[in-house]
Structure formats: structure tokens, C-alpha cells
Design a protein around this ligand. Structure first.
Ligand SMILES: Nc1nc2c(c(=O)[nH]1)N(C=O)[C@@H](CNc1ccc(C(=O)N[C@@H](CCC(=O)O)C(=O)O)cc1)CN2
Ligand SMILES: Nc1ncnc2c1ncn2[C@@H]1O[C@H](COP(=O)(O)OP(=O)(O)OP(=O)(O)O)[C@@H](O)[C@H]1O
Length: 284
């Protein structure tokens, strides 16, 4: 169903020149993942900043919207049993992996049942200290907080699930200050790098394309983080998305533009799909 609807869109839009076709890992296997991002030079930026100024950009936006609608339907059609078994398999794969165990600092999303997102509750619980005094066993965990509709999202540190409150979109997020009135640590002002990002999304493919909810929050944030990491000379974190089976698309189905950040790997109920050279190296 998804394939058909999207295939017909693809046929119609196929001949439209994209403003900036994003290379895929498959075609550029030898490159480091960072090199695949569009350079943040003045000459490369105006396309993104000009907010869908060209027909091709508008076509991509329309295609993305159509694909989101199809995936939303497919997710709604998943039975609770199917979801629960995929949720468990995905989280178990992550929790048992060396790359998760070795990660000391993570950015992760707080899954939302209503949005049919892959559950992250077991992973979050594993990151947070069990009891006061056991902090050394915990990982530093940063989670998203939407600041405005202008693609501004921060990743703030939490130490307990009690740090979260429901926002207007019914998603749990950290309040900007903690119970003692101190500002929560923003990952962009932290002094050490993040090892791992666990990313949500609507659709993914085996070449590293990721379709989000359309806010541009993650793409904007990841670009900022990558600029910071480059400035500081930090290793790039692994960008890993969690996906139900119905969210994995055939190659070429997910439309992309110049601001879309590619993921390093996908975790599905069948296991890890490493995509980038970094993932192939670090995730076996
Ligand atoms: N768990 C989680 N947290 C997150 C995100 C996310 O995707 N998942 N975000 C990632 O950006 C940011 C929040 N962005 C969001 C964007 C849209 C919707 C939402 O409810 N969308 C509806 C449709 C809205 C509409 O078009 O009318 C939907 O997708 O069904 C929620 C969060 C930050 N936090
Ligand atoms: N780094 C960026 N700079 C400027 N505009 C951006 C950037 N990233 C995304 N946008 C814009 O944000 C809007 C939404 O982008 P898009 O549809 O790709 O979001 P998404 O991938 O679904 O969302 P998310 O990144 O939150 O998962 C688009 O108009 C896009 O051009």
C-alpha cells in the first residue's frame, strides 16, 4: 500500500531536478560519514534557508507529507501484540549491544505511545541511576525539549523520569530548570562529546535516509551538534534510529533535501542494520 502510493508519486516527481541530491552511503562507501553532510559553507546554505523556494524543494516537501500520511496509517494498523514484540526485540538488541554498553553519554527520545513510536522506556531506565548513590553506574542522558516552532530544540540532561512534564503536544519533556531551580545542562554547552544518539522518525531506509515528523527539529539540531563536534575536534556520535518493520522503505522511496542528516544505523526487530563506515566499524 505504502509502496504503491509512493511509487506513483515517485514516477510523477522523478524527472524533477532536486536542488541538492544527497549522496548515500552506498554510493560513497569509502567516505567518512561527516563528509556526506553538505558543507556548512555560505554557498551551500541558502537553499535550506530559503524555505522551499524552488519547485523541486516544494515537490520534496509534498512527497514527504504524502509518505508521512501513509506511514502513519500503517503504524495505526499494527496490532498491539506486534508492536509490543517489536518494542521488546529492538530494546533488547540495544541493551545487549557493546556499542550501547560502552556509551557513556547519550541523547535519546522519550517515546510517545500515541505517536506509535518505538518504545525507549527500558533503554531510558537503563541509562538513569537506580538509586541516589549509584550515579557512577549511570550514563549521562539528554532528551529533547522543543523551544519554539522555529525548529529550535535543545537536548537537556535528566537524572530521573520525574524530571519530565507533558508538553502541549502530549510528549514528555524536561522542564528547563530542575527542582532546585538550577538550569538543566544543555548538551551543546557540555564539555565532552555524546557517544550515541537514539533517533525517532517516521520512515527510514537502508542507505541512511530518515524522514522525521516534519518539524525539522532533529535535522537542525544534528547539524548544530556536528558543527560543535567539528570545532572541538570530537569524534562523531553514532546516529542510530529505531524502526518498526513497516517504517523501513525500499531504496529511493524517501525523498531528501540538502538539510536531511543521514543516520549511521537502524535498529529493527530483526537486529542492527549498520549503514555508514563508522557503524560498520563500531557496531560489528
Ligand atoms: N518522542 C519524540 N520527542 C520529540 C520528537 C519526536 O519526534 N518524538 N520531535 C521530533 O521532531 C520533537 C517534537 N516534535 C514533534 C512534531 C510533531 C508532533 C506531532 O504530534 N505530530 C503529529 C501530526 C501533527 C500534525 O501534522 O497535525 C503526528 O506526527 O502524528 C510531535 C512532536 C522533539 N521531541
Ligand atoms: N538545518 C536546517 N536549516 C534550515 N532549515 C532546515 C534545516 N533542517 C530542516 N529544515 C527545514 O525544516 C523543514 C522540515 O524539514 P523536514 O521535512 O526534513 O523535517 P523532518 O526530517 O521530518 O523533521 P526532523 O528533522 O525534526 O525529524 C523544511 O522546511 C526544511 O527545509
Amino acid at each position: 500500500m505504502i509502496k504503491n502510493a509512493v511509487a506513483s508519486l515517485m514516477v510523477r516527481l522523478h524527472h524533477l531536478p532536486l536542488a541538492a541530491p544527497t549522496p548515500t552511503y552506498r554510493r560513497h562507501h569509502h567516505h567518512h560519514a561527516l563528509r556526506l553532510l553538505r558543507p556548512a559553507s555560505a554557498s551551500a546554505r541558502p537553499v535550506a534557508a530559503a524555505a522551499m523556494s524552488t519547485a523541486a524543494e516544494q515537490a520534496v516537501a509534498d512527497q514527504k507529507r504524502a509518505l508521512r500520511t501513509e506511514v502513519r496509517k500503517a503504524l495505526k494498523a499494527l496490532s498491539p501484540d506486534q508492536r509490543a514484540s517489536e518494542d521488546l526485540a529492538i530494546q533488547t538488541t540495544i541493551l545487549e549491544s557493546s556499542w550501547f554498553k560502552e556509551s557513556k553519554r547519550l541523547c535519546a527520545y522519550i517515546s510517545c505511545r500515541q505517536l506509535r513510536e518505538v518504545d525507549t522506556s527500558k533503554i531510558l531506565a537503563e541509562c538513569l541511576p537506580l538509586n541516589p548513590g549509584q550515579e557512577e553506574l549511570a550514563k549521562d542522558l539528554y532528551v529533547p525539549r522543543v523551544e519554539d516552532k522555529n525548529r529550535n530544540m535543545r537536548m537537556l540532561r535528566i537524572t530521573t523520569m520525574d524530571d519530565l512534564v507533558k508538553n502541549s503536544m502530549n510528549i514528555l519533556e524536561p522542564s528547563p530548570v530542575d527542582a532546585s531551580g538550577n538550569d538543566r545542562e544543555d548538551v551543546l554547552s557540555a564539555s565532552s562529546p555524546v557517544d550515541l544518539f537514539l533517533l525517532p522518525g517516521q520512515a527510514f531506509d537502508r542507505t541512511g535516509r530518515r524522514l522525521g515528523r516534519g518539524g525539522g527539529y532533529y535535522d537542525t539540531f544534528l547539524l548544530k551538534y556536528q558543527e560543535l563536534a567539528k570545532e572541538k575536534g570530537w569524534n562523531r556520535p553514532l546516529l542510530v534510529a529505531l524502526s518498526y518493520s513497516v517504517q523501513i522503505m525500499d531504496e529511493g522511496v524517501i525523498p531528501v533535501n540538502s538539510t536531511d542528516v543521514h543516520i549511521d544505523a537502524l535498529v529493527t526487530s530483526s537486529g542492527v542494520i549498520p549503514i555508514s563506515p563508522a557503524a560498520l566499524e563500531r557496531m560489528q
